[in-house]
Design a protein around this ligand. Structure first.
Ligand code: GRF
Length: 203
């Protein structure tokens, strides 16, 4: 299977995917890494790993529709089976989402449907929840919504602040994102009628 990864910044989830592929545990071809921010650190990491990189600066486009059309054209040159959003901080248009229906994955740093949107760790702390986590899901037109592939939970501990909680969740992101992509690439998990169905052996 061929994948394209979209990033906007640090790219640590992208790095986790590259590391699993390099370790022979993720049977995918990472065809390209695309960023909407020229300064994204992850672009350098990807290039150093020998992966094709592209940058489409969203500020250079007249609007969301124009940017998303250019982004889709760039992605489609690589003809990926899966498009992986890894810290890609742009809301995508319904047309874009529809074009990649069933092939577009995201990781979100909360246990959805709790805390869609931004500042998830601070909001979890403000709510006083004791369990927090992250979710890998297929993308639908509704923000931070869509069929869930895998979730991981972490405890919220006394004395946690946003940074400590974010770090605990990020370790789990790095574990479950490659795992979700592996399951999908191997056909051990798939979308059926808008839900993810996993082989019994995975559960
Ligand atoms: C991650 O926490 C991801 O869940 C969120 O943004 C962060 C991106 O981190 N959407 P990185 O760029 O993968 O290091």
């Amino acid at each position: 299977k061929k994948i394209v990864i979209l990033i906007s910044g640090r790219g640590s989830n992208m790095e986790a995917l590259i590391a699993e592929r390099d370790g022979g545990r993720l049977p995918v071809d990472i065809a390209a890494v695309i960023s909407n921010r020229p300064a994204a650190q992850g672009l350098e990491t990807a290039a150093a790993a020998g992966i094709a990189t592209r940058c489409l600066d969203h500020k250079a486009y007249a609007g969301r529709d124009e940017f998303d059309a250019a982004l889709a054209a760039c992605i489609d040159e690589f003809a990926p089976d899966l498009v992986i959003l890894a810290g890609f901080m742009r809301i995508l248009t319904p047309d874009f989402v529809r074009h990649y229906e069933g092939r577009l994955l995201n990781i979100h740093p909360s246990l959805l449907p709790s805390f869609p949107g931004l500042h998830t760790h601070q909001r979890a702390l403000d709510e006083g929840v004791r369990i927090h986590g992250c979710t890998v899901h297929f993308v639908t037109a509704e923000l931070d919504h869509g069929p869930v592939v895998i979730q991981a939970a972490v405890p919220v501990v006394d004395g946690d602040d946003e940074a400590s909680l974010a770090a605990r969740v990020l370790r789990q992101e790095h574990r479950i994102y490659p795992q979700a992509v592996r399951w999908l690439a191997e056909g051990r998990a798939r979308l059926v009628d808008g839900r993810v169905v996993c082989d019994a052996s995975l559960i």
